[in-house]
Design a protein around this ligand. Structure first.
Ligand SMILES: NC(=O)C1=CN([C@@H]2O[C@H](COP(=O)(O)OP(=O)(O)OC[C@H]3O[C@@H](n4cnc5c(N)ncnc54)[C@H](OP(=O)(O)O)[C@@H]3O)[C@@H](O)[C@H]2O)[C@@H](O)CC1
Ligand SMILES: Nc1ncnc2c1ncn2[C@@H]1O[C@H](COP(=O)(O)OP(=O)(O)O)[C@@H](O)[C@H]1O
Ligand SMILES: [K+]
Length: 515
């Protein structure tokens, strides 16, 4: 699913109005009806108090139009206009008049002097600012926003939590509504998925207001949301006459004294991801451990007992996953440096290999083309330096990706895969995956996919999706706390099978089928 910028949404808006020969207020009416239907379906006329806080732009206009529908259906409504500017939008004014026709008089708020009382069981509809926010709100508006956040009421935001910029980082975190639910028009916004701003959204849903499908289809976006539909097109079926050679050979290079487990996890994950053959290259200390715990995996060893000192092997793998558990000792840095200098094979680079690259930036130019780097936030910071907000981070990663012709997997709650100017935002995974070794499993999965001939970008995107999906399947039986990295491997099979599961029909349809 594409993630459109505010500029693109406004463009879609204009094109739709022109093509359909409708007024902009008709589009607002569509939006308001969608909002109303969503609420009405869930509330079924319940006499709960609904406080609608509306700005003076089109987001506020949506709120005012929604208020009219709620009033028409007998809901218990209180409307407030947060009067932060004299420049009221045309469609806001049209809808304000329509509301007044129903003898509903909003409270106009020009300061934070009189903040309304809001009960814990009430509902707040947040229509103060939408995607038109272009500067930090005034202090008195921030106070109102704080007042709403401090209430115990359920907050439903129209389009985007008020105070959140669509395409830039926030400068005042106090000025943002903390939404329980966001009903976002046509497209979710990138900020819903970034670590700094994603915390302002508990749940979101897209309402289709029928913006011009042609424009939406042909318009390229900087970011895409990755779900099942997106990865299904990448999936490579197994061939009837395929043999283990068809599905590639993964070489996992890693480990040091006390950290052989990471290599076990990566190697096992590569196998479960479908790699035809898997070999692990470890210090001697890892030999018996791997041979006993993973009979399917072949093992090569360094000349040193405890750490990697000389990475040499007599085989031609399809891809190499390097870095898990290697440490950053001088000898290992040397071994990795000379390996990278001579290597031409595709790479997946993780953990301490990334830390070594960070300390020895000259090595970055030795990476084979389309190498996949999988840093967690701390490793990323070492690699690209710190950032002022998530947008600066993304811009820096894009530059890095272009400069070194590599793919960067920014791991986190919504992992983002960056390739040049484009970012792919993953939707699977859960906080249970914040556990030791979880990243080692991801390295193995991506390596295993790359071995099977998936292009680098597909391997990174599909690998991240599968990793998260197996976490989501695992958590159903482990709970968040007890999920371990090994569960992620055990449930990878389920993640593959789930790709081809038909979606469950809604309950209503199931009942109809039975009758
Ligand atoms: N596009 C679509 O498909 C559809 C969109 N729809 C809805 O429209 C919403 C966008 O509406 P919008 O453009 O009127 O902007 P909105 O967010 O209401 O802000 C209002 C104005 O406030 C101003 N302003 C900005 N920051 C400020 C600040 N800190 N303090 C004070 N003032 C500030 C700024 O004007 P300025 O003062 O800069 O001239 C801005 O224009 C969108 O989110 C959705 O809900 C639907 O109706 C149907 C179809
Ligand atoms: N809250 C979360 N939601 C979803 N995925 C998460 C969350 N926390 C961590 N993960 C995933 O778990 C993995 C953790 O990787 P990493 O920090 O390298 O772990 P380790 O070094 O222990 O192997 C990443 O793939 C990350 O995206
Ligand atoms: K809003």
């Amino acid at each position: 699913m594409k993630l459109y910028s505010a500029k693109q949404i406004y463009k879609a808006d204009q094109i739709s109005i022109k093509k359909e020969e409708i007024g902009s207020n008709e589009l607002m009416e569509r939006a308001a009806l969608q909002l109303f239907n969503w609420m009405h379906l869930r509330m079924q006329g319940a006499p709960v108090k609904i406080h609608l806080f509306c700005g003076i732009g089109n987001n506020g206009g949506d709120g005012i139009a929604l208020a009219r529908h709620l009033v028409d259906h007998g809901y218990n409504v209180e409307v407030y206009v947060v009067n932060y500017s004299e420049k009221r939008s045309k469609d806001f004014l049209i809808n304000l008049d329509r509301l007044k026709d129903r003898k509903v008089w909003p409270h106009f708020m020009n300061s934070d002097d009189e903040l309304p009382q809001i009960g814990g069981e009430d509902i707040i509809v947040d229509g103060i600012f939408g995607i038109g926010l272009n500067r930090t709100p005034d202090e008195w508006v921030v106070k109102i926003i704080q007042h709403l956040n401090n209430s115990k009421a359920f907050i439903l935001s129209i389009d985007i939590p008020s105070g959140l910029f669509t395409d830039q980082g926030p400068d005042n975190f106090q000025a943002i509504i903390k939404s329980n639910y966001v009903l976002s028009f046509q497209t979710p916004k990138l900020v819903f998925f970034l670590p700094e701003t994603g915390t302002f959204i508990e749940q979101w849903e897209v309402l289709d207001i029928g913006l011009d499908p042609e424009y939406l289809r042909v318009t390229e976006t900087d970011y895409e949301l990755i779900g099942k539909n997106e990865v299904l097109t990448m999936y490579k079926p197994r061939e009837k006459y395929g043999h283990k050679g068809t599905y590639g050979h993964s070489l996992i290079i890693g480990g040091s004294y006390g950290k052989i487990g990471s290599v076990c996890l990566s190697s096992r994950a590569a196998l479960h991801a479908g790699s035809g053959l898997v070999t692990s290259f470890v210090p001697k200390i890892g030999y018996s451990i791997l041979q006993t715990s993973l009979p399917e995996v072949m093992v090569l060893t360094d000349t040193d007992e405890n750490e990697l000192t000389d990475i040499k092997f007599n085989l031609e793998p399809s891809v190499i996953g390097v870095g898990v558990g290697i440490g950053t000792s001088e000898v290992t840095i040397k071994a990795l440096s000379s390996f990278l200098k001579s290597n031409k094979l595709p790479l997946v680079i993780d953990a301490d290999a990334l830390n070594i690259l960070s300390k020895n930036k000259a090595l970055l130019k030795d990476l084979s083309e389309d190498s996949i780097l999988t840093p967690h936030p701390k490793e990323l910071e070492r690699l690209i330096g710190n950032w002022k907000d998530d947008f600066e981070k993304l811009a820096k990663v894009k530059e890095f990706s272009k400069k070194y012709k590599c793919i960067v997997v920014i791991k986190g709650a919504h992992t983002i895969i960056v390739h040049g100017e484009k970012g792919y935002v993953n939707t699977t995974g859960n906080p249970g995956m914040a556990t030791a070794g979880s990243g080692d499993v991801l390295t193995g999965i991506i390596t295993g996919l790359r071995a099977q001939g998936y292009p680098a970008l597909d391997a990174a995107i599909f690998g991240v999706y599968l990793h998260g999906r197996s976490g989501d399947i695992a958590v159903e039986s482990t709970g968040f706390q007890s999920l371990t990295a090994s569960h992620l491997i055990a449930n990878l099979a389920g993640a593959f099978i789930d790709l081809f599961k038909m979606p469950e029909p809604p309950e209503v349809e199931k009942e109809n089928q039975q009758n």
